[in-house]
Design a binder for this molecule. Structure first.
Ligand code: NOJ
Length: 404
C-alpha cells in the first residue's frame, strides 16, 4: 500500500495529559479522597497511591521526553496548595515548581491545569461552587500559584466545566458519557464561568501566559428521525455548546474528545449492538477530536485551539495505536481547513484512576506495576513518540491518483 506523509506545523505541541488526583496518590486533602472513603461511597475503589506520580514525576517526564514528546499537561492540586482555607503551603508550591522545572530541563512545554475536578475538602464543605465567594476563592488560589509560573505559556483554568456542572447536579461519576449526560446544575455552570474569568484576570499579570478552559465535546449526531436535529440543539446546548461559546475572547480553548453520541427525537441513544466499544463503554470513534475542533472553532468565534485530551481505554494496545492514528488524521484535516490547532495531548500518559470506575479502564501510554510502580512503556507510546519526533504522520494513501 503506498503511503503519504501528513506534516504538522513547526512548534506543534505533541504530548500527553494527566491530572493530579488520577495519578499522584494520597491526595488526602481533596473532596474526592473524602468521598472515596465514605461508607456509602459509589466508587468501585479508592485512589490510594494511584501511580505514585507525586514522587515519580521526574521519571514520568523523562520517559515522556525520551519517547519524543515535547509537552506535558498536568494539574496542580488545589487541596495540596491550600489544605485549609487561607493556609497556603510553600512546600507544595515548591513541589509543583519542581515539576515545571523538570519539564523545562527536558525541553518539554509544561501545560498547567489549575482545577481538574478535585477541590479542597474545606471548599466543598463551605458550599462548593455554589458558595457566593467561590469565584473569589478560585482567583485567590490562582494568585497563590502565580509566583511558580515563570516560563509557563499555557494554563488551563478549569477542566471540563461542563462535566463538573453535571457532576454537581448530583450525577454519580460512574460513566456519564456512556449512559447519557445528566442535566447540569446551571447555577454551578455560571459560577464556574465566573471563576474561570476571575482566574484569567489574575493570570493577565503574566502576559506570556495563554489561558483558557478545556471542554468535553460530544460529537453529537442527529438520527434521521423527525425532531432529532431540534433535540440535538436542546440537549447539546447546556451540556456542550454553551461552554464553547463562552470561550470567545479567551487566549485558547481546550478540546477534549473521545467518542460520539447519537441523538434521536427523545434524546441520546445507547451505542448500537455490534459496534466496537472501549473499556469505558464508549464507541470507538477516532474522528471525535476532529469534530470537537470544528465545533469549538465555530462556536467560540475562532479561538486558537488545543486538543487537551483525546484517547482510549483499552487492554489491546494495537487499538490505541489505531485510535490515535485515526484521530491525528482528522485533526490534520481540520488544520488543512484553516483551523488553528496548537497541539495534541493524548489522554493519558499513565494508566490512571478513572474516577468512580477505579483503575480498570486503562488509557495510558505507560502502564505501571501495582506493587512496585515500575513504569512499562507500551508499543503505542513508542510509535506515538516517533510521530511526535518526526512532527509528521504516515498514512496509507488509498487514493493513488492524487499522488504526484
Ligand atoms: C476527561 C477527564 O478530564 C479525565 O479526568 C478523564 O479521566 C478522561 N476524560 C477519561 O474519561
Amino acid at each position: 500500500m503506498p503511503t503519504d506523509t501528513l506534516r504538522f506545523p513547526d512548534g506543534f505541541l505533541w504530548g500527553a495529559a494527566t491530572a493530579g488526583h488520577q495519578i499522584e496518590g494520597n491526595n488526602i486533602g481533596s473532596n474526592w479522597w473524602e468521598m472515596e472513603h465514605r461508607p456509602d461511597t459509589h466508587v468501585v475503589e479508592p485512589s490510594g497511591d494511584a501511580a505514585d506520580s507525586y514522587h515519580r514525576f521526574g521519571e514520568d517526564i523523562r520517559i515522556l521526553a525520551e519517547l519524543g514528546m515535547n509537552s506535558y499537561r498536568f494539574s496542580i492540586e488545589w487541596a495540596r496548595i491550600e489544605p485549609e482555607r487561607g493556609a497556603v503551603s510553600r512546600a507544595e508550591l515548591a513541589h509543583y515548581r519542581r515539576m515545571i522545572d523538570a519539564c523545562l530541563e527536558h525541553g518539554v512545554e509544561p501545560i498547567v491545569t489549575l482545577m481538574h475536578f478535585t477541590v479542597p475538602r474545606w471548599f466543598e464543605h463551605d458550599g462548593f461552587w455554589r458558595a457566593d465567594d467561590a469565584p473569589e476563592l478560585f482567583a485567590r488560589y490562582t494568585e497563590s500559584v502565580l509566583p511558580i509560573l515563570d516560563d509557563v505559556h499555557y494554563v488551563c483554568t478549569i477542566n471540563e466545566p461542563n462535566i463538573a456542572a453535571m457532576l454537581a447536579g448530583g450525577e454519580k461519576a460512574e460513566n456519564l458519557v456512556a449512559h447519557g449526560l445528566a442535566f447540569p446544575d446551571l447555577h454551578v455552570a455560571d459560577q464556574l464561568l465566573a471563576s474561570h474569568k476571575a482566574s484569567r484576570e489574575v493570570l493577565t499579570a503574566r502576559p506570556e501566559i495563554l489561558s483558557g478552559w478545556t471542554v468535553a465535546t460530544q460529537a453529537f449526531h442527529a438520527t434521521d428521525e423527525e425532531g432529532s436535529a431540534e433535540k440535538l440543539q436542546e440537549y447539546g446546548h447546556p451540556r456542550d455548546f454553551w461552554y464553547l461559546e463562552n470561550a470567545a475572547g479567551d487566549d485558547f480553548l481546550g478540546v477534549q474528545a473521545y467518542t460520539r453520541t447519537f441523538i434521536g427525537p427523545e434524546g441520546p441513544i445507547p451505542v448500537a449492538e455490534g459496534v466496537e466499544t472501549t473499556l469505558t463503554g464508549w464507541e470507538f470513534y477516532p474522528p471525535a477530536a476532529e469534530l470537537g475542533l470544528r465545533s469549538a472553532w465555530e462556536l467560540s468565534g475562532q479561538v486558537p485551539l488545543m486538543v487537551t485530551e483525546n484517547g482510549i481505554a483499552t487492554a489491546d494496545d494495537t487499538r490505541r495505536h489505531a485510535y490515535i492514528q485515526g484521530a491525528l488524521e482528522g485533526i490534520h484535516r481540520a488544520m488543512a481547513d484553516g483551523i488553528d490547532v496548537r497541539g495534541f495531548q493524548y489522554w493519558s500518559l499513565l494508566d490512571n484512576y478513572e474516577w468512580a470506575s477505579g483503575f480498570r479502564p486503562t488509557f495510558g501510554l505507560l502502564g505501571w506495576d501495582r506493587e512496585t510502580f515500575a513504569r512499562q512503556v507500551k508499543p503505542s507510546a513508542r510509535w506515538y513518540g516517533e510521530v511526535a519526533r518526526a512532527n509528521a504522520l504516515t498514512v496509507e494513501d488509498a487514493d493513488t491518483t492524487s499522488r504526484s
